[in-house]
Structures are given as structure tokens and as C-alpha cells.
Design a protein around this ligand. Structure first.
Ligand SMILES: [Zn+2]
Length: 135
């Protein structure tokens, strides 16, 4: 997946401020996911921008809780305000943030969408975003 600009810092956090983070690395293009699990967890379509775990600094993690979605993946969210923030495979050096939590998305783009066949009936698919295989 194409990477955005190098030498950038992406700052972000939850709504209430109990979780704040900095990612000191390029973010991969965001991927939108239409699967039922993601829509359940987020209330609607979710979006993820990947990066290396080593690039993450948790500036404030007082509210951060990890929820094990499946044997292989965790979801990070704020226990105070409920904001969904991170997604991480249990065994990987890679993880993703939910781009809506960025203070400034700095030109981040959506590179594709996955699980379009599982979308909800209540919204259309944007045909200008290419469907890609889930990794
Ligand atoms: Zn919060």
C-alpha cells in the first residue's frame, strides 16, 4: 500500500482527551471496511490507516482500553468517551489508527474499501473508491 509523506508526525486522540497519541511515521492510505463487525463496533463504516507499532507514542493513555475482538486482533478505545482509536493484530509489528481521531489528517487519502458485499442496506457504496482484498 502506498505511503503518504515521510518525516511527518500525526497527532490525535479521543473526544475527551483521556487518550492522546503521536505517530512519528508515514501513514498508509486509509482503508474503509464495510464488514458487519466493524459496523457494529463503530456504529457505521470504519476506516483504518496503518503504520508500524514502533512509531506510536502514547502521550496520554489514562482512558485507553483494549478489547479483544478475535483471537488475533484487539481494538483500542477510550473507556471514558467511547471513541474508537486503534486496531492491532496481536502478533504483528503493524497496527492501524482510525483516521477520524487525527487532529489534522494532513492529506491522508482513502486507498480502498473492503468487504463491500457485507455493507448495510442503509447506505450506498462510493464507486470511486476501489474495492481491494482484505489482508
Ligand atoms: Zn476519551
Amino acid at each position: 500500500m502506498k505511503k503518504a509523506d515521510t518525516n511527518v508526525v500525526f497527532d490525535g486522540g479521543c473526544h475527551c482527551g483521556a487518550v492522546r497519541y503521536s505517530v512519528m511515521a508515514p501513514l498508509e492510505d486509509a482503508v474503509m471496511c464495510h464488514c458487519q463487525l466493524c459496523r457494529k463496533l463503530h456504529g457505521h463504516v470504519s476506516s483504518y490507516a496503518g503504520f508500524d507499532k514502533s512509531a506510536l507514542t502514547l502521550v496520554r493513555d489514562a482512558g485507553l482500553r483494549w478489547y479483544r475482538i478475535s483471537p488475533k486482533t484487539d481494538r483500542g478505545f477510550c473507556k471514558e468517551c467511547g471513541s474508537g482509536i486503534f486496531w492491532r493484530p496481536v502478533k504483528s509489528d503493524h497496527m492501524a489508527l482510525m483516521p477520524g481521531t487525527l487532529d489534522d489528517s494532513q492529506g491522508l487519502k482513502t486507498g480502498g474499501q473492503i468487504f463491500c458485499a457485507d455493507k448495510g442496506d442503509y447506505y450506498p457504496i462510493d464507486p470511486s473508491i476501489k474495492e481491494i482484498a482484505a489482508s
